[in-house]
Design a protein around this ligand. Sequence first.
Ligand code: HEC
Ligand code: HEC
Length: 339
Amino acid sequence: MNRKYLLVLVAASLIACNKSASYQDEPVRLRIPYKFPEIRFPEGNEPTKLRIGLGRILFYDNRLSTNHDMNCGSCHVLSSAFTDGKMVSTGRMGHEGRRNAPTLANIAWMPRLMMEGGVPTLEAQALAPLHDSLEMGFNMMAYVDELNEDEELRAIAKAAYGRDSIDPYVVTRSLAAFQRTFISGDSRFDRYRTGYKDELTHDEFEGMRLFYSDRTKCGECHSMPFFTDFEYYNIGLEEEYTDHGKERATHLAGDIGKFKTPTLRNIELTGPYMHDGRMNTLEEVVAFFNEGGRNHVNKDERIAPMNLTDEEQRQLVAFLKTLTDWNFVQNADLLPLVK
Ligand code: HEC
Ligand code: HEC
């Protein structure tokens, strides 16, 4: 018997018989943080141990890339809250990608994916990086064949989804099931909210007040509990945008320069910032908002000069750093399986 995945899947109810392994699946209840809504799972992809376990294998599996040199985890690195620390992601064979890799924290609740909102579900999303020649350079049929040569993987797929082989349905669903376990709601700010009032220092507290104030309006777009309202705005990064953002999906001139509000959870770990990674530090980001951005017909009217003092800008940055969830970025269940 191939014991490659044994270690991990002991936890995932592996019943190993003498010669052939058979797997038995069971439902999993994901722990939902305080004041987070319930997750709505698509029918047929409710969380189970083996669905999540299979997604975990595939997320970190180089067989999913043409040259066998990268996997989802190459650009979505747990210690950086599933970003890669690069300005724009470097894809297949070192080609420069176009966009900064976003965090995948709390992706289960995201109503529309990708920065221009073109992808409706996590199940469909997996096809996007798989097929983007700049990212993984995939050919669904080719890699599915290869995965099917792995008998143990097939046995897991059978128990998880009742399918006799690994097909695109199994790949996309299991990747989605694993990614829905990327739940982050245990930052110092969250503990403060559950009543531990001395979690925040004076500066962090003042920064929080500024964040939710009428002067900055940060909290209107970066709203609770995910620090995003999931809407699309032009914040005046450019007078002329090279990447048109939402307009690429809608072809409406009024959408030029609009990007999805990014979550600010774990923001300290997810730099560089903005869709093209143009800003390196949170100080730069806050200074940008304080100045009110550049002129653009589509710029949201809330982005305007704020006249924050240096101290107030420092406090705002201090508050943003309370949104880091260290338990999340050190959660061993989200790392590659030990083989
Ligand atoms: C070469 C780097 C790279 C690889 C490999 C990669 N991604 Fe991504 N991922 C990105 C970038 C860049 C974006 C942002 C694309 C955009 O919005 O246009 C992204 C976006 C996403 C999103 C949408 C996030 C959001 O907030 O809307 C999900 C989900 C995702 N990737 C999952 C995956 C999965 C699953 C894999 C493996 C099958 C994968 N990624 C492989 C770089 C990568
Ligand atoms: C009108 C809605 C809106 C307001 C108000 C707003 N933001 Fe944003 N914010 C966005 C959008 C949209 C982006 C992404 C822009 C892009 O990538 O082109 C963004 C990006 C960011 C980023 C970078 C995130 C990343 O992962 O790259 C940070 C940090 C941030 N905002 C903090 C703030 C702070 C602090 C304030 C208040 C001073 C604020 N925002 C006010 C909508 C808003």
